[in-house]
Design a protein around this ligand. Structure first.
Ligand SMILES: *Cc1c(COP(=O)(O)O)cnc(C)c1O
Length: 363
């Protein structure tokens, strides 16, 4: 069987390892940028009653009509811009790659960045080019980026704003220079929009090649799988051709429309997370030997004393707290962990586990 697999599975796919999701059973889950809060009991009951009315025997509305208006309102998308929905923004990245892939075509992003850009590019047969961020503060290396844009002529550029896993916002003027210099599409990925005031949404239409991507995942609806792409209609009409007709299922459509009617509940939660981010940031700063990086997202990138990350990660897990170990993911993430902001209680448990782990000297 193996010779068949080696013969038929594309070499670039065989070379990849599957996206790993850690087993979080029984642990405080601070590894995946989820909102830790649920919904008030009354809201849950109203939601359940609504879902019981969904015609599950029918195919979903292919245009998700009931979602369009509420999403535009919630995300500040102008009426003259188009809107494309995906089964999570991961599916939108896939649609973009499918539509733009071809011999000699390249996707460009920055490193360290969101790993799905590179993975999905490989799935779709796009060459991937990752330009290193400045290692000291994870800012854009604009001269190198402009030179690489010129050399590589990428079909597609992805930039997360704020960036994952570093948490910072890139310089706005640098991003504008990239949008203007890029020969192809530039997608600003605003997955962490609920945790920052910065956005490129209002700039849609100012450039022929700018699209903005958002998701409901990080604001508290990760289980629904709903992402969106906004931008000039003429682009989105083309991209819509590679979308599976029923990609947003009926339960997601009904649930997201319901959640958006109660958006103040989600906004209160994300505001709480922003306040708790500042609190945790301050507490981490007081611990000797730690470098917490400033964050505009719902996580904090933390650098530990040299050589400690993997042991500290394991010791925290032993104490029931799951974070993300980034040591080894990229040279500039050496000794780094990424902590998702949880509830105040979870953040304190995380801090305690971290302190305990750090005081256990490993030989
Ligand atoms: C989490 C994340 C996404 C993925 O969002 P989904 O909508 O859940 O697929 C996209 N971009 C970045 C930068 C992320 O961190």
């Amino acid at each position: 069987m193996h010779h068949l697999i080696d013969h038929w599975i594309r070499p670039e796919l065989r070379a990849l390892s599957a996206y790993q999701v850690a087993d979080a059973r029984g642990l405080i889950k601070l590894d995946a940028m989820e909102n830790p809060y649920g919904w008030p009991e009354g809201m849950k009951q109203e939601w359940a009653a609504l879902l019981s009315q969904v015609a599950i025997n029918r195919y979903p509305d292919p245009q998700a009509t009931q979602l369009q208006g509420p999403l535009r309102a919630a995300m500040g998308i102008a009426d003259d811009m188009g809107l494309l929905l995906g089964n999570g923004s991961d599916e939108i990245i896939q649609m973009l790659c499918l539509a733009l892939a071809g011999p000699g075509r390249t996707l460009l992003s920055v490193e360290p960045g969101f790993v799905m850009y590179r993975l999905i590019a490989s799935f779709c047969g796009l060459r991937y080019c990752g330009v290193p961020l400045n290692p000291e503060d994870f800012s854009l290396d604009l001269p190198t980026l402009l030179q690489t844009l010129e050399q590589e002529q990428p079909a597609l550029v992805f930039l997360a704003y704020p960036n994952n896993p570093t948490g910072n916002l890139f310089d706005e003027q640098a991003l504008l220079a990239i949008i203007q210099a890029a020969p192809g599409l530039v997608v600003i990925d605003e997955a962490y929009a609920p945790f920052t005031d910065a956005s490129f949404m209002a700039r849609l239409g100012q450039f022929d090649n700018l699209l903005v991507m958002r998701t409901l995942s990080k604001m508290g609806l990760a289980g629904l799988r709903l992402g969106l792409l906004a931008g000039p209609r003429s682009w989105l009409e083309q991209l819509d051709k590679v979308r599976m007709p029923y990609n947003i299922n009926s339960l997601t459509q009904a649930s997201a429309a319901f959640a958006l009617r109660h958006i103040q509940v989600l906004q209160q939660q994300t505001q709480q997370i922003r306040r708790d981010r500042a609190l945790l940031q301050g507490q981490l700063q007081t611990l000797p030997g730690l470098t917490p990086y400033a964050s505009e997202a719902n996580f904090i990138l933390l650098r530990l004393p040299e050589g400690r990350a993997s042991a500290v990660f394991a010791a925290m897990k032993q104490q029931g707290v799951l974070v993300k170990n980034l040591h080894g993911a990229h040279p500039s993430l050496r000794d780094c962990l990424r902590l998702t902001i949880g509830t105040p209680e979870e953040n304190q448990a995380c801090l305690r586990a971290l302190q305990t782990a750090l005081s256990i000297r490993v030989p």
